[in-house]
Design a protein around this ligand. Structure first.
Ligand code: AMP
Length: 320
């Protein structure tokens, strides 16, 4: 199906409050009140993408979140990028982070939450992706508590599964554009001009922690502190999807779509190009309210037009 069609598809034929204006009018008073209140406080609740992109260092979190941001109306927040920016600007956090980052170690959980929470507060009702946070179960708990307080719980956790040997072999070829976080790889995703960012023309830099020795430490750190988060999110996803106190509805009763479900998906592959279509389909199908950016739609229209021009020219050639 064409993406533009997918975005405007008719809602599934189920009896849920969200889809039928007529059913809404017929609702008992307390249900209407409940719905109105919920809408006022948290518009579009349950359909908002609040996503953690989770995976080993070098698994492609930055590349894939940049692709999502380019295609959809999503904001992304990378803690690694934020810290590198702080370090470059010599802020207090930057001075504290410099050595820890250079050694491939992790900053304390409370410092990280402070950095992330102030940004999350600014993007409360937007679709967003977190790249590089949380990185410990402690950070996961702090994040959950913060989002619960805001009434904006996580809706998707994507676990990027890329083999260690693949990551280790490509890390020395990685270059980044610091201000935007754009990532290049000399072997399979080189910049148009060697050493410079495609969009701004500014110079690319090598991350000081992208050397084999520090990288091996970051990978060890991942297994020790970060990978237990998969079990943590799996338990959270199960708890939020089960709805233990909801009685089984009578077939003629209105069914509530659970507003706070958390989806946990593992996507495997050896390159971001291989994982991207799976991630794109997951996001598109799970969050149909997500809008594509005008630029993407323009490109699709241009492509469609040029394709139909080709078809018309071919048809004319047959006729003449
Ligand atoms: P990244 O660009 O995500 O690989 O992050 C680069 C470095 O920043 C990591 O190796 C850590 O030193 C630090 N860092 C980034 N995110 C976090 C986090 N959530 N907790 C602690 N340290 C972090």
């Amino acid at each position: 199906m064409h993406p533009a069609v997918r975005r405007h598809r008719t809602p599934p034929a189920r009896r849920s409050i969200g889809y039928s204006a007529a059913s809404r009018k017929a609702l008992p008073f307390f249900l209407n009140t409940f719905r109105a209140a919920a809408q006022d406080e948290r518009p579009d609740q349950g359909k908002v993408l609040r996503c953690i992109l989770f995976g080993k260092p070098g698994a492609g979190k930055g590349t894939l979140s940049a692709r999502l941001v380019k295609k959809y109306d999503i904001l992304s927040l990378s803690t690694g990028d934020l810290l590198r920016q702080h370090i470059a600007e010599r802020t207090e956090i930057g001075r504290q982070a410099e050595e820890i980052v250079a050694q491939g170690k992790l900053l304390p959980d409370d410092v990280m939450l402070k950095i992330v929470a102030s940004k999350l507060d600014l993007i409360r009702n937007k679709h967003w992706i977190l790249d590089g946070f949380p990185r410990t179960v402690g950070q996961g708990e702090l994040l959950d508590a913060h989002l619960k307080k805001q009434g904006t719980p996580l809706s998707l956790v994507v676990n990027l599964d890329v083999p260690d040997e693949v990551i280790l072999s490509r890390i020395s070829d990685r270059w980044v554009h610091l201000p935007s976080g754009r990532v290049y790889n000399l072997s399979y995703n080189p910049p148009k001009v060697d050493g410079f960012d495609d969009e701004t023309g500014e110079p690319l830099t090598k991350r000081p922690d992208d050397n084999p020795e520090v990288f091996a430490r970051r990978l060890t750190q991942f297994y020790a502190s970060t990978s237990p988060l998969v079990a943590y999110f799996a338990a959270a996803a199960q708890k939020r999807t089960r709805l233990p106190h909801t009685p089984v509805p009578h077939p003629h009763q209105l069914a509530f779509a659970p507003a706070h479900t958390l989806l946990l998906k593992t996507l495997s592959g050896t390159t971001s190009d291989e994982i991207w279509p799976k991630l794109d389909a997951l996001v598109r199908d799970s969050f149909p309210a997500l809008k594509e950016n005008a630029e993407t739609l323009d490109a699709q229209t241009r492509r469609r037009h040029s394709l139909s021009d080709v078809a018309l020219a071919a048809a004319a050639a047959v006729v003449t």
